[in-house]
Every structure is written in structure tokens, then in C-alpha cells.
Design a binder for this molecule. Structure first.
Ligand SMILES: Cc1cc2nc3c(=O)[nH]c(=O)nc-3n(C[C@H](O)[C@H](O)[C@H](O)COP(=O)(O)OP(=O)(O)OC[C@H]3O[C@@H](n4cnc5c(N)ncnc54)[C@H](O)[C@@H]3O)c2cc1C
Length: 504
């Protein structure tokens, strides 16, 4: 069922076997999975069905380093938001950021999980194979196309081989026609479910521990109207996005100074995003003319392509991962330029391609979020964000920009023109991909959660979010967030069944 915190009587406290905080793609996935398998779940969501600016304001923060993108009242995205909030990178509403996202689904590559000795703090303590079954089952349930079969299609293999000869690699992602909105996808199921109780308007403000300080016993919640609620549970999952999950751990410092899971001062650190530049142009070359049909972006849903320097070049030149997206610009939007070749796909004459260039950043301790001194409307300390870069980030970017346009031209993809403002870490924006604030590690000295996404030092507290990504080189984190949420759901099912078997 779905209720509002205001509809729950005063003095009533709730209980669930599992408490999930946050109803975005991660929280909705793990909560419905566990409820479908008979677990009693309470899902706490700060937002409501309708977007409320006063609730969104609970996300407000201060930038100490590089800022995120500026809001843009004129953007054609997010038209349902009030103009002054269009362009936000996180949404506090039932369904979370899925209410505004674009719907591109991409696997991380196997190499993303492996440590690269030229990238500090890179690599995951789990491998691609640990996530593959969950990527596959999610793709099936959500009716995405089969990315693995797509990669083996003869035209794609041929195109890939032609690029490989020039030191370029190419990968595919699946782009939904209507991006998955979790409130739409799971709303009815949640309303009907007997095992799942969704409470809207309930902002988690503190995690309460037992006397051992190793077990979370309850989540304290509050609404902007002043209603308070304590929800008790056996297992707690934070699925509030990378910023708010870390914030709640830090803010829960009444019993453990410095907050929960923070014995090594790692909560909030290693924050990374994907710096993004999207105003370049590619004038098509002969290879683009040949494969224009493979490179088109519509009609959706469809598989689309992206490009980068190959792994050998990255290793030789000590480069960070990066991605080049090429979006067709048709003659309706841009008149053909005399002397510049054009090409044709199923949608018409392509005059040029819009270049979106995105890069990975080195995970480092100083790039971080922490609690500041200002307080939000619920009296909780707001976040301060120090988004910053290393020398390696700068060196890698300038080297990529030196090599990539040459390779793209040599391979016949075309001529890249970045205009007056080539990508630099100063003019690139965030990609709304917050990662790494509760990074996964094998040892508590190196991270905040273990390979099961359990917060070190606790018995029953988990994180389902890109907060756990130690590195996220390839773009589009959400397929991996979904796969990790599924894997966590499965892990908790097995764990709770084993416990029940022990008791009987
Ligand atoms: C414009 C845009 C386009 C994007 N496009 C893509 C794309 O094409 N591909 C891709 O891979 N990624 C994309 N992303 C990123 C993607 O949207 C996120 O990775 C994903 O939605 C994160 O899901 P989540 O469940 O972890 O977090 P969220 O969806 O942010 O959910 C967190 C939930 O927690 C709730 N919450 C927060 N604090 C509290 C609290 N204290 N108590 C209770 N509830 C709380 C929030 O209200 C929210 O509902 C895009 C992002 C944006 C902004």
C-alpha cells in the first residue's frame, strides 16, 4: 500500500522486516523484489506523488569546489518542474531522479571493474561476472533489447573492426522510448502489495543503533509538516542516491561520533561524476556515411553507439576512460554547409553530428561531500560539496583531446570541431552521475561498504546506490545501480531464508 506520513496516526510506529529508504530505481527495485518474495517491507520516501519545491529544497547544498550545472528555465528537459528548478541533477519526489532522467542503459565494461595501475584507486572488489546475471535478468524483465546480441550483430562487428584498426573502440547502449519512471512502473504493484508499505512525505533524519552500536534498529523520520515517525526493522537499505545516503550516515552521529560506517573517515569521500562537454560538432567522414544507419538516435527505443580510444592506447598513454557520443543533426535544424560532406540515415539528411564528450575522473579522497553548518527546514545539516580533480585528470584530458580527433579523422568518422571552447575541466559540467561516497572495498580501511554492499562495522545496514561505485569509468551508471540492487535483493532473500531455516 501507499500512504502519506500525514495519514498515519500520531503515536503509531511502524515495523518491517526490511526498511528501504528512497523510491528511485534502486529503492523501488529492491523493495518490490523483497516484497514479492514474502518479506515485509516499509519503503520511506521523502517526496510525494506531486513534485513539491519545499521538499526538493531539502536537497540544497553548498559548492566549495567546482559547481554542478547551472539550472536552466528554458531547457526542453524537465518541463513538468517549475522553471526555476529545471536542470536539477537529483529529484526528491516519489520515483526519485527517474522522474527526469533520459533512459540510456549501458553495462559497465569488464575492464571497468579491473584495477588499472595508472589510475589511482581504480578497480572494484567484485568483477563484471558478479553483475552479469543481474544485468541480464533486469534487461529481460524491463524488456530492454539484448545488448550482448547487439554487440555481435554482423554490421556492428564490422564497424567495430574498422575502428579498431585505428585504435578506437565502440560500444552500444539501449535507449528507451519513454524512460523508466519508477512511480509509473511500480506504482500499481506498490498500491496493491500486502507486504510493501510505502510512506510518502517521510524524510529519514536519523538511523538509531542498539547498545552494541553495530545494529541499526530503527529509522527516525519527519515530515515538513512536523509529523514524526519511527520505523523499526531487521534490515535497513539506504537507496537515497549517493549524496543523501552518505549524508544520513554522517548525520547519524548521536551514538557514534563522526557517524555510522565512518570509523576510517571515508563516508562522503571519493566523490566522482562524469565531467561532460556537449557543444562540439563532427563533420561526417566516409565511414560515418557508410554506417549512418547504425549511428542514428531515433526512432527509439533503439541501440545507439558511442566511441573512445581503445584500451591499449589508454594503457600506453595512461589515460582515463572517456566517451564520445555523436548525435545526428538533420537539415531541419541546420542548413548544409558548402564544402562539408553530409550523410543520410532513415530519418533524413544528416548535416553534422553533435559531439558530447564525457570523461571519467580519478577517485580521490579530497573530492568529497561533508556536513556543513547551515541547516535545512528539518533542522538537519546541509551538505557541502568539494568536487575537485587531480593533475592526472588534467593531463589525461589534454592528451585525449590531442589524440582522439586525429584517430576519429583517420578512421573516417569525420572532423571534430570543438569551436572556441574545447573541453576543459573548467567548462565541463557534471553529468548528474554522483558516485563513490560510500565506496565498495574488501577492507574497512579502504571503503565504506563490503562486497555485499553492507556498511562495514554494522550487521544489517546496506547501501543500494552508485554511492558504492569505487570507480565508474564508462558513462550511464543506472544499469549498474539496478544490477547491484537486484544482487542485493537476492543476497538478502538468501540471508533471511537461511535465518528462518535456522530458527525452525
Ligand atoms: C537529467 C538526467 C538524465 C539522466 N540520464 C541518465 C541516463 O540516460 N542514463 C543513466 O544511466 N543515468 C542517467 N541519469 C542518472 C540517473 O538518473 C541516476 O543514476 C538514477 O536515477 C539514480 O537512481 P537512485 O535510485 O540511486 O537515486 P534517486 O533516483 O535519486 O532516488 C533517491 C530517492 O531517495 C529519496 N530521498 C533522498 N533523501 C531521503 C531521505 N532523507 N529520506 C527519505 N527519502 C529520501 C529521494 O526523494 C529519491 O526518491 C540522469 C540523471 C539526470 C538528472
Amino acid at each position: 500500500m501507499i500512504t502519506d506520513i500525514l495519514d498515519i496516526g500520531e503515536q503509531i510506529n511502524l515495523r518491517g522486516q526490511v526498511i528501504v529508504v528512497g523510491s528511485g530505481i534502486a529503492g523501488a527495485e529492491v523493495a518490490t523484489h523483497l516484497a514479492r518474495h514474502g518479506r515485509e517491507v516499509v519503503l520511506l520516501e521523502s517526496g510525494r506523488g506531486q513534485f513539491e519545491p519545499s521538499i526538493q529544497a531539502l536537497n540544497d547544498l553548498t559548492f566549495l569546489g567546482k559547481r554542478h550545472r547551472e539550472l536552466d528555465p528554458d531547457t526542453y528537459y524537465h518541463r513538468y518542474l517549475p522553471p526555476e528548478l529545471r536542470g536539477v541533477s537529483r529529484v526528491r519526489q516519489f520515483g526519485g531522479t527517474s522522474n527526469v532522467w533520459t533512459g540510456k542503459w549501458k553495462y559497465l565494461q569488464p575492464s571497468d571493474f579491473e584495477g588499472r595501475d595508472w589510475v589511482a584507486n581504480s578497480g572494484w572488489p567484485i568483477g563484471f561476472d558478479d553483475l552479469l546475471p543481474y544485468y541480464r535478468s533486469a534487461a529481460k524483465d524491463y524488456s530492454f533489447g539484448d545488448l550482448e546480441a547487439e554487440a555481435m550483430r554482423p554490421e556492428i562487428r564490422e564497424f567495430r573492426a574498422k575502428l579498431a584498426a585505428f585504435g578506437l573502440k565502440m560500444s552500444s547502449f539501449y535507449w528507451e522510448k519513454t524512460p523508466t519512471r519508477t512511480a509509473v512502473r511500480f506504482g500499481d504493484e506498490m498500491r496493491r502489495s500486502e507486504n510493501l508499505h510505502v510512506v510518502l512525505g517521510a524524510t529519514a533524519t536519523e538511523l538509531k543503533l542498539d547498545a552494541s552500536c553495530q545494529r541499526v534498529t530503527a529509522v527516525a523520520c519527519r515530515s515538513l509538516e512536523g509529523r514524526e515517525l519511527i520505523v523499526e526493522g531487521d534490515v535497513i537499505i539506504l537507496a537515497m542516491g549517493a549524496f543523501e545516503s552518505a549524508r544520513l550516515l554522517l548525520a547519524s552521529d548521536r551514538q557514534i561520533p563522526g557517524g555510522i560506517g565512518n570509523a576510517h573517515d571515508l563516508v562522503g569521500r571519493f566523490y566522482t561524476d562524469h565531467p561532460k562537454h556537449h557543444t562540439g560538432i563532427l563533420w561526417p567522414g566516409q565511414l560515418t556515411q557508410k554506417y549512418a544507419h547504425e549511428m542514428q538516435y531515433k526512432p527509439k527505443p533503439r541501440f545507439c553507439l558511442c566511441f573512445a580510444l581503445d584500451d591499449v592506447t589508454q594503457q600506453e598513454q595512461k589515460l582515463l576512460e572517456h566517451v564520445l557520443y555523436l548525435k545526428p543533426i538533420y537539415e531541419k535544424k541546420m542548413a548544409p554547409v558548402p564544402g562539408r560532406p553530409t550523410c543520410r540515415d532513415d530519418n533524413g539528411l544528416v548535416v553534422a553530428y553533435r559531439v558530447k564528450f564525457v570523461t571519467e575522473q580519478v577517485p580521490q579522497k579530497d573530492s568529497r561531500i561533508k556536513l556543513g553548518t547551515e541547516r535545512d527546514a528539518l533542522g538537519k545539516r546541509k551538505l557541502e560539496v568539494n568536487w575537485c580533480f587531480t593533475d592526472h585528470d588534467r593531463q589525461s584530458l589534454s592528451k585525449i583531446l590531442e589524440i582522439l580527433p586525429h584517430r576519429v579523422a583517420e578512421a573516417g568518422l569525420g572532423t571534430i570541431d570543438f569551436g572556441d571552447e574545447p573541453p576543459s575541466l573548467e567548462n565541463m559540467t557534471d553529468a548528474a552521475h554522483q558516485m563513490g561516497t560510500t565506496r565498495m572495498a574488501s577492507r574497512p580501511e579502504e571503503g565504506v561498504v563490503d562486497t555485499d554492499c553492507r556498511v562495514f562495522g554494522t550487521e544489517n545496514l546496506y547501501v543500494a546506490s552508485s554511492a558504492v561505485f569505487p570507480t565508474g569509468p564508462s558513462y550511464s551508471p543506472t544499469f549498474t545501480i539496478l544490477a547491484l540492487a537486484r544482487r542485493l535483493g537476492q543476497h538478502l532473500l538468501q540471508k533471511t531464508s537461511a535465518k528462518l531455516a535456522q530458527l525452525s
